[in-house]
Design a protein around this ligand. Structure first.
Ligand code: FAD
Length: 392
């Protein structure tokens, strides 16, 4: 049997939530182990669009909740971390865009009245024209209004690589996870591939995998929901950078386009928004690609799509269960019997998720302890971006 290990905080799941938390805890002097069954970030994180939302999109609903005000601080916290002066040193992580844009084609600007009246966007949105427009919209045929939102877009693969570097020797590849209780039923830690790991606290941040972990631990709450998406990827020389929500008539963006660098030097458009939600999920990949081509042909007729390669990606967002599949606007953390379980609900909210865990440790009086140095452990590899897998 592998030798027993001990640590302060044992984290399961190395997506952005687990990796960010791990780096924060190590900075605070805690010893940690972060267990990953597949690849680093390869769940939802590397499949995300990398937008560091400040809540502006949610202001489109007109009524802004208190929770969406809480997200408003995330762009500042990320910007400081990316500059190396924040809660983590993320210098070297590639910033894809300093801003995300909101683009209303044609005459939809009327829908934006309540949006501009809301607190989350006041003073943080500027209209842009001419050369300030995103490159893909710089065409004399372009009609519509474009607003610059103070929201960043990060290159998630480079973010995951940096967070993995900050993890030092704390990463462990492990698949079989079982609870480890004492005779009185108290959680001592977990057994990972047969190796007992004692911890002062265990954190489950395994994204969609948390549901099965809770079942294995015999715990019913918190319940999880999955929100399925059917994303579209397009790769080609004619595609220039675009980071924008394109508005339709409704409260959700019709399309959300982000642009990612492929290994061969081309750009990949990664398309979500309303097109990737319920009706999009019901479409076959061929129908979904045909719908995207039609939408882009109507919205951006000057872009030559004839040589573009297409693919689609089905992926679920994992979130705490909510009535009616509404989107939670905050990181979520629940605590029971020495176990902390949660979902950041957004990549952007990873700092908020870490805050919640740290607050819980501090409230429980958990301090860094003394632990034996770690032996050589099997390490998980980084995840591969979807565009390299689907459009090599
Ligand atoms: P994950 O990244 O899913 O990581 C969980 C990890 O746990 C995985 O590596 C998995 O392998 C591991 N795991 C699972 N089970 C086990 C187990 N039993 N043992 C050990 N490890 C296990 N958010 C934004 O803020 N901005 C965006 O632009 C954005 N775009 C998105 C686009 C898409 C298509 C999707 C799907 C999501 C998007 N999100 C976005 C949401 C964001 O991606 C997620 O909220 C965030 O990445 C979740 O991080 P996580 O660490 O909780 O989960």
């Amino acid at each position: 049997m592998p030798s027993e290990l001990s640590t302060d905080v044992l984290i399961v799941g190395a997506g952005v939530a687990g990796l960010w938390l791990n780096a924060r805890l190590r900075r605070l002097g805690y010893s940690t182990l972060l267990v990953e069954s597949a690849t680093l970030g390869g769940g939802q994180s590397i499949k995300s669009q990398g937008i560091i939302h400040g809540g502006a999109k949610y202001a489109l609903h007109g009524a802004l909740t208190g929770a969406s005000e809480a997200i408003a601080d995330m762009p500042r916290r990320w910007r400081e971390a990316l500059q190396g002066s924040g809660e983590l040193d993320l210098s070297g992580v590639r910033l894809l865009s300093e801003a995300h844009y909101l683009w209303s084609p044609g005459t939809l600007a009327g829908n934006l009245t309540s949006f501009f009246a809301s607190k989350a966007v006041r003073g943080r949105v500027d209209q842009v024209k001419g050369e300030q427009l995103p490159p893909a919209l710089q065409d004399k045929a372009f009609k519509g209004k474009v607003y610059r939102l103070a929201e960043l877009v990060v290159d998630v693969p480079s973010l995951i690589a940096r967070l993995a570097a900050l993890a030092g020797d704390s990463l462990l590849r492990g698949e079989q996870i079982q609870p480890w209780h004492d005779g009185a039923g108290r959680l001592l830690g977990l057994s990972v591939d047969g190796r007992p790991i004692a911890a002062q606290r265990v954190v489950l941040s395994a994204g969609a995998g948390t549901e099965a972990l809770l079942a294995a631990l015999g715990i019913e709450q918190p319940a999880m929901q999955r929100r399925p998406l059917h994303m579209i990827l397009a790769k080609g020389d004619s595609l220039k950078p675009l980071y924008a929500h394109c508005l339709g008539g409704g409260p959700k963006p019709r399309l959300t386009v982000t642009t990612h660098p492929a290994a061969n030097g081309q750009w990949v458009w990664y398309i979500g928004g309303d097109i990737a939600e319920s009706e999009g999920v019901a479409r076959s990949p061929e129908q979904q690609i045909a719908t995207a081509k039609k939408e882009l042909g109507q919205l951006l007729p000057w872009i030559d799509l004839s040589q573009v390669q297409w693919a689609t990606l089905r992926v679920d967002r994992a979130e705490p269960a909510q009535s009616g599949l509404v989107r939670p606007d905050n990181a979520f953390l629940a605590e029971q019997q020495g176990l902390l379980v949660g979902w950041p609900t957004k990549l952007a909210l990873a700092p908020d998720f870490a805050d919640r865990v740290i607050t819980s440790l501090q409230q429980a009086g958990i301090k860094p302890g003394n632990h034996a140095p770690l032996p050589d452990l099997p390490r998980p590899l980084p995840g591969t971006p979807a565009w390299e897998q689907l459009l090599p």
